[in-house]
Structures are given as structure tokens and as C-alpha cells.
Design a protein around this ligand. Structure first.
Ligand SMILES: *Cc1c(COP(=O)(O)O)cnc(C)c1O
Length: 245
């Protein structure tokens, strides 16, 4: 398999140079109010360290064990912020709480309830997004729109989770108009939830963040109000395995 410039060497300086030049190309496209989260899944700890060296502080992983192993090598990066973006298996939820500051991928009331209980036990209050399924894609996790609206009152009781917004994932390879329509629906749903939360006094549910946009579609996501973009391949090159997409 072809290696990318970001992976070619584990000499931190060389990797950092490659990341820096990729970052410089995309930075002009990212408004100051949009947070860039670097998706480091499948890349080794050295790549995280190199990204840190060029100023990135937010890192996302989608596999708990892989992330824990990397974090163990990066314990000196004390101001790094870790984002979990993968499906949270119930037997891993406690570890997710222990090792991550943000959880983007809360995809059911059942999971949210479990995380809330465990967060209380661990004395944590993670920043959370509710993952919504806005495409007709049965393979993707996420709340259905109606299911989420029906769950809002119960979610509002989960005071150990700091619910800040939604995560929207557009399936890979859709025509541009369909991707744009999904992001537009994400923005509209966040606005609708905000209104409902205000009207019903659901004070625990904020809709300030829209985690939306990846390497192939982040410009469209930003155009539709994304506040957090999750970028992997555009920063670090192609991942070795598509299983981790
Ligand atoms: C892998 C992944 C990303 C990053 O994907 P790229 O196309 O490499 O930018 C973003 N969000 C989620 C949820 C992912 O799993």
C-alpha cells in the first residue's frame, strides 16, 4: 500500500512539516469560530505529536483501545483535548468517559442514560453531541429525527452530560446536492431543537455546536453552520485501512 508523506517517517520534524503544509492549505477555508478536530484514528502516536507541534490541540479517535494506547504515549501533552467519534459499545462506555473530553457519537437514549450514570460515578461531565441520522443509510448509527425529538425531555434529565449540539455525518460519495441537503437538514434540526428546548424549558440541552464535515465535505458543512469539523485524510494522508472509515 502506498504511504503518504505524513506517514513516511517517524521523525517528528518531517511529519510536522508535512502536516503544517497541509494545514496551511485548508486554514484559509476555516472561519475563526469553527473548531478543527484532527482525526488521528489508524495513525501512530508520533503523528499526533507532530500535529500537536504545529498547534493542533483537538484530536479524535473512533476506537477506545487504540486511543488508550496512543494516549499512554502522549501523557506529556496535558492540554490535548480528546474527542470520541466512534460508536460507543456499552461495555466500553466507562473507558470512553475516562479517556475522552468530548463524545460526539451519542446515538440513543439508552446509551446517553448509561453514560450519565457512569459519569456521575466517575465525577465527570463530558461535552456531548447527539448523533443524528439524516441520510437514508441503514448502516450508520444515530438517532432518527423523530426518535430524537421524542427523547429530548428524557435527555434533559441527564445532568452529568453537557449536551452541546448535534453530530451529522454525510455518507461518503454522495452527489454534492445530497450532501449539502443533509447538512442543511442538520442545521435546521439544531434550530428546531433549540426552539423546542426554549419553549419546554429543557435547560440542559444546548444546541451551540454542530459537529459536521469531514475532509471531503467540510466546506459545505461550514456553509451550513458547522462549528466543529472533523478532518483526517486531508491533514494526514490516506489511512491504511478503509475498515476504519
Ligand atoms: C474517520 C472519520 C472522520 C474523518 O474522515 P476524513 O474523511 O479522513 O476526514 C470524521 N468523522 C468521523 C465520524 C470519522 O469516523
Amino acid at each position: 500500500m502506498k504511504e503518504t508523506s505524513a506517514q513516511k517517517t517517524i521523525d517528528g520534524t518531517v511529519i510536522a512539516d508535512a502536516i503544517q503544509s497541509r494545514l496551511q492549505k485548508i486554514e484559509p477555508l476555516i472561519p475563526a469560530n469553527v473548531k478543527l478536530v484532527a482525526v488521528t484514528k489508524t495513525f501512530p502516536a508520533e503523528v499526533v505529536r507532530a500535529a500537536y507541534a504545529v498547534g493542533i490541540r483537538d484530536f479524535a479517535e473512533n476506537k477506545v483501545q487504540e486511543a488508550i494506547a496512543k494516549q499512554a504515549e502522549l501523557g506529556d501533552l496535558t492540554d490535548a483535548i480528546w474527542h470520541f467519534i466512534g460508536h460507543v459499545q456499552s461495555n466500553k462506555s466507562r473507558k470512553v468517559l475516562e479517556h475522552f473530553d468530548w463524545i460526539h457519537s451519542i446515538d440513543s437514549l439508552k446509551l446517553a442514560t448509561r453514560l450519565d450514570r457512569q459519569a456521575a460515578e466517575l465525577d465527570k461531565r463530558p461535552t456531548c453531541c447527539l448523533e443524528v441520522k439524516l441520510a437514508l443509510d441503514p448502516t450508520k448509527d444515530g438517532f432518527e429525527r423523530d426518535e430524537l425529538m421524542a427523547a429530548l425531555a428524557d435527555l434533559n434529565e441527564l445532568t452529568h452530560l453537557r449536551i452541546v449540539g448535534l453530530m451529522v455525518i454525510a455518507p461518503y460519495g454522495l452527489p454534492a446536492e445530497e450532501t449539502q441537503a443533509i447538512f442543511e437538514a442538520g442545521q435546521a434540526l439544531a434550530a428546531e431543537i433549540k426552539t423546542v428546548a426554549r419553549e419546554q424549558g429543557l435547560s440542559q440541552i444546548a444546541m451551540d455546536e454542530l459537529s459536521m464535515g469531514m475532509s471531503g465535505d467540510f466546506e459545505w458543512a461550514i456553509a451550513q453552520g458547522a462549528t466543529v469539523i472533523r478532518l483526517g485524510s486531508t491533514l494526514f494522508g490516506r489511512r491504511q485501512t478503509q475498515a476504519n472509515r
